[in-house]
Design a protein around this ligand. Structure first.
Ligand code: MN
Ligand code: MN
Length: 445
């Protein structure tokens, strides 16, 4: 499948995930797990009902506010927070089935005097800004600073609190990373970063509180996302926890959607989902992605043609794709591809790299003479390892940052003799490779 097609489906899965979680959770919103259990055993069907009395597959404010942001972005073909405020106002005037108190207060204050940023308030640590993140996540893909800016601007229309801000930004980064192929460990590391700054978000001792407080909402989402193995299991777990179930459902839906993709969403749920909402979401998700820097500018990875070593002569730092095998001689086995070319040019290299690997393991190392190792496989007779390639991308980025290098050229890792396709490798590296990086076709053999 084409990369763009795959990404379109991920985008649809993110946004549909919101609606599915919202519609599913509306049934159990404000119930306790005990009440849910005695009424449904396990709630896992689109059956409507709940305190709002929704129809099966009907969505609530979580999805509606997401659509309001989406319409604002698509109408302006870019970010305009006043337009977002206008759409929120129009939505409030349409007498929605449900509207949160903090949201109403924020929209009212825009209506009264055009306020685009409510003052910071302890009451604002609710989950109302996080639940509507999906469109922001999609249209800022590929630009972390844009994600941060638009996240805060949309959030502060109604919610202004450091915990909400931090939660929304982390959620946004996680969903984007999952869309681009991040694994559980990588996503978990992002949560740990959040916890390092705001220990409140710790969720390893989950107590089952699933309120509208952003901390408890995200704890619930993280608990079930990391503790389950499928889209369905994750959402079923969350909505059976009750509390603010439609909103924990919506947030879990966007994350699980990004991670598992559309094929994993239960057909029965999609079939029952409000068909107008579903159609708008499917179209908008792709259009939002069209506007994203990731798609509009291509990935920031730029590709070169020609000979790797000519770029070395021109002052580029060159990454050599390597394996982790050290022979009894103490030399790294550099038998193929760029590794072999490098060893021919720099005869001391195999011993130097062998020593580093023996001492520190199979990692990216500065080898001097503007050469760095870039592990793609553990031994020369194994196939390249995508997880190792991603890790090498991250390590190379850190090394480049530390050394202040300005131009680095990397042969398509694992794609020469290794036999991987560049379409599979590219999304793993694009989060790390910015304009300082160039990719060159890997030599075969
Ligand atoms: Mn709701
Ligand atoms: Mn809710």
């Amino acid at each position: 499948m084409m990369l763009r097609e795959e990404l379109d489906q991920k985008a649809q899965a993110v946004f549909l995930g919101v609606a599915l979680g919202d519609a599913l959770g509306a049934t159990t919103e404000f119930m306790t797990p005990g009440e849910i259990q005695s009424q449904y055993k396990i709630h896992k069907k689109m059956r409507g009902g709940g305190w709002l009395g929704v129809k099966p597959g009907q969505v609530t404010d979580d999805t509606e506010m997401s659509l309001a942001i989406s319409r604002a972005v698509l109408a302006k073909q870019g970010w305009d927070r006043q337009e977002v405020a206008e759409r929120f106002l129009a939505w409030m005037r349409s007498k929605p089935i449900d509207i949160g108190a903090t949201v109403r207060k924020g929209i009212r204050s825009y209506m009264r005097d055009g306020t685009l940023e409510v003052p910071c308030n302890d009451w604002d640590a609710g989950n109302g800004a996080a639940m509507r993140m999906a469109p922001v996540i999609l249209f800022t893909l590929g630009d972390d600073r844009l994600l941060e800016r638009c996240t805060l601007e949309q959030a502060h229309l109604t919610h202004n609190h450091p915990l909400s801000d931090a939660g929304c930004i982390t959620l946004g980064r996680m969903v984007q990373a999952a869309m681009l192929g991040a694994d559980r460990f990588q996503l978990h590391a992002m949560v740990r970063e959040l916890i390092a700054e705001y220990p409140n978000f710790k969720f390893n001792n989950y107590k089952g509180h699933a309120s509208g407080y952003i901390v408890e909402t995200l704890q619930t989402v993280f608990h079930y996302f990391f503790g389950t193995g499928s889209f369905e299991e994750c959402l079923v777990g969350v909505v059976n926890q009750g509390g603010d179930a439609d909103t924990t459902g919506a947030i879990a839906g966007m994350l699980a959607g990004a991670f598992y993709g559309l094929d994993e969403a239960p057909r029965q749920w999609l079939k029952k989902l409000d068909s107008q909402v579903r159609a708008e979401i499917e179209q908008s998700a792709v259009k939002l992605l069209d506007l994203s820097p990731w798609v509009a500018e291509g990935s920031q990875i730029q590709e070169l043609s020609g000979n790797l070593w000519e770029y070395h002569n021109q002052g580029y730092v060159v990454a050599i794709t390597t394996n982790g095998k050290v022979a009894r001689s103490g030399k790294n086995v550099m038998a193929r591809g760029t590794a072999r070319q490098a060893a021919d040019r720099f005869p001391d290299l195999p011993l130097l790299l062998g020593e580093k690997i023996n001492q520190f393991g199979n990692h990216v190392f500065d080898l001097g003479q503007r050469l760095v190792s870039f592990p793609v496989e553990h031994t020369p007779w194994e196939v390249p390892d995508l997880q190792l390639i991603r890790q090498s991308g991250e390590e190379l980025r850190q090394l480049v940052d530390r050394n202040g290098w300005e131009k680095v050229v990397v042969p398509r890792p694992g794609c020469g003799g290794g036999g991987l396709s560049w379409g599979d490798v590219r999304p793993l590296l694009s989060p790390y490779f910015d304009e300082r990086f160039r990719i060159i076709k890997a030599p075969v053999g």
